[in-house]
Design a protein around this ligand. Structure first.
Ligand code: IPM
Ligand code: MN
Length: 372
C-alpha cells in the first residue's frame, strides 16, 4: 500500500478549526484506502512566534521540504500586530513558499449550483462559473529588494517596496498557465499593468514568447489588470485561466472568491517545479481565506475551502482523482441538502457550525463511496 507523508500546519485563528475537519476526511480515507496518509503537525505563524520567537523554525521548513505535501490552515491576527516585521505571522508562510520554491499558485473559483444565490452578484453572472486564477507566488513585490522604511531626518519617512521579475520566473508560470488551459477550455488570459510598470512590459513580452514558441494552439488574451478586475465582476464566465503576478493574483483571487459565494469556499494549491528524476513536485495546499480572527474559536467557520484544498492535494500530489472527485461531490451534496455555514447562509437553509459541516461532508463521502 502506498503511504503519503503529510505535514499539517493548522496555524492561527480559524486554521486549527478547519484543519480539524480535514483530519476527519483523512481518517475516513485511511479507513477506506486505497492509499494511506501519515500525518505530522507543526507550528507556523503567530502560534510559532509565541512558542519560539519566530514565525517558522528551520526544523519545520526542513520537515515541509521532506513531506509529500504540506496542508496549511491560515496565519495571523491582531494579537501579533505589534511584533517585528520579519517575525510577523505571515513571514512564516512567505518563507515556506520561497524556500520550497512554490512558484505556481492555482486558485480555482467554482460556483456550486446550490450557492449561486449566496454570491453578492446576480445568479446568471455566477451560476456555473468555473475559472482558475493562476498566481505567481515566489516573486514580484512580495520578495523584491530593497524593501525598507527609511527615516529621512526631516520628519518624513520613505517606504520602498520593489517589484522584480526575471524572464525565467515569467516563463515557468506561463508554462503552468498554458498547460492548465490545455486541460480545460484552452484559453489563457494574462493580466498586468504594462501601461505603467516595467515588470508589466516584460511580463507581456515573455508570455507572448512562450505562447509563440510552445503553445500556439492555446487562445491567449492580454487584459490590463485593473480592467481585468472589472471584467471579473462584470462577466466572469468569459475567462478560463487567468495568469498574473503575485500581488495582482492576491487581489484578483479574493475577488474571484466572492463570485463563488464566500471567501470560505476557495481552495488553493501552491506547486513547485516537477523534479525530472522523481517526477514529484513540492506542494502546499491552503484555503484562500485568512485566519478570520473575528470568528476564531466560535466553531462557525466554513471548513469547505480547507477540505477542498485537501482534495486538490489528492489530485495534484497523489493522482488520487477518484478520491478528489469524491470529496468535491460530497461538498456539493452537503450544500444541495441545504446545509450552510454562517458565511453562506440564505433564506430557508439550515445553518450549521464547522464540525457539523465537516461531519456532513464525511457522511456524504461514505454514502457516495458505498461505505457504511
Ligand atoms: C493569501 C494571503 C497571503 C498573501 C498573506 C497571509 C501573506 O493573503 O495567501 O492570499 O498575501 O499571499
Ligand atoms: Mn490574499
Amino acid at each position: 500500500m502506498t503511504t503519503h507523508r503529510l505535514l499539517l500546519i493548522p496555524g492561527d485563528g480559524i486554521g486549527p478549526e478547519v484543519m480539524g475537519e480535514v483530519k476527519k476526511v483523512i481518517a475516513f480515507l485511511n479507513e477506506r484506502g486505497p492509499d494511506r496518509f501519515e500525518t505530522e503537525e507543526a507550528l507556523v505563524g503567530g502560534c510559532c512566534y509565541d512558542a519560539h520567537g519566530v514565525a517558522v523554525t528551520d526544523e519545520t521548513v526542513a520537515k515541509a521540504k521532506a513531506a509529500d505535501a504540506v496542508i496549511f490552515g491560515s496565519v495571523g491576527g491582531p494579537k501579533w500586530d505589534g511584533v517585528p516585521f520579519d517575525v510577523r505571522p505571515e513571514a512564516g508562510l512567505l518563507r515556506l513558499r520561497k524556500d520550497l520554491t512554490l512558484f505556481a499558485n492555482i486558485r480555482p473559483a467554482v460556483c456550486y449550483p446550490a450557492l449561486a444565490e449566496s454570491s453578492s452578484l446576480k445568479r446568471e453572472v455566477v451560476e456555473g462559473l468555473d475559472i482558475v486564477i493562476l498566481r505567481e507566488l515566489t516573486g514580484g513585490v512580495y520578495f523584491g529588494e530593497p524593501k525598507t522604511i527609511t527615516d529621512l531626518g526631516n520628519g518624513q519617512k520613505r517606504a520602498v517596496d520593489t517589484q522584480v521579475y526575471d524572464t525565467y520566473e515569467i516563463e515557468r508560470i506561463a508554462r503552468v498557465g498554458f498547460e492548465l488551459a490545455k486541460k480545460r477550455r484552452n484559453k489563457l488570459t494574462s493580466m498586468e499593468k504594462r501601461n505603467v510598470m516595467k515588470t508589466g512590459v516584460l511580463w507581456h513580452e515573455v508570455i507572448n514568447q512562450v505562447h509563440e514558441r510552445e503553445f500556439k494552439e492555446v487562445k491567449l488574451d492580454h487584459v490590463l489588470a485593473d480592467a481585468g478586475g472589472m471584467q471579473l465582476v462584470r462577466w466572469p464566465k468569459q475567462f478560463d485561466v487567468i495568469v498574473c503576478d503575485n500581488l495582482f493574483g492576491d487581489m484578483l483571487s479574493d475577488i474571484a472568491a466572492m463570485l463563488t459565494g464566500s471567501l470560505g469556499m476557495l481552495p488553493s494549491a501552491s506547486l513547485g517545479e516537477v523534479d525530472p528524476k522523481t517526477k514529484k513536485r513540492r506542494a502546499l495546499y491552503e484555503p484562500v481565506h485568512g485566519s478570520a480572527p473575528d470568528i476564531a474559536g466560535k466553531g462557525i467557520a466554513n471548513p469547505i475551502a480547507m477540505i477542498a484544498s485537501f482534495a486538490m492535494a489528492l489530485r495534484y500530489s497523489f493522482a488520487l482523482l477518484n478520491e478528489a472527485d469524491l470529496i468535491d461531490q460530497a461538498i456539493a451534496a452537503a450544500l444541495a441538502k441545504g446545509l450552510r455555514t454562517a458565511d453562506i447562509k440564505s433564506e430557508g437553509m439550515t445553518v450549521v457550525g464547522t464540525a457539523q459541516m465537516g461531519d456532513a461532508i464525511v457522511a456524504e463521502m461514505r454514502t457516495l463511496a458505498g461505505v457504511q
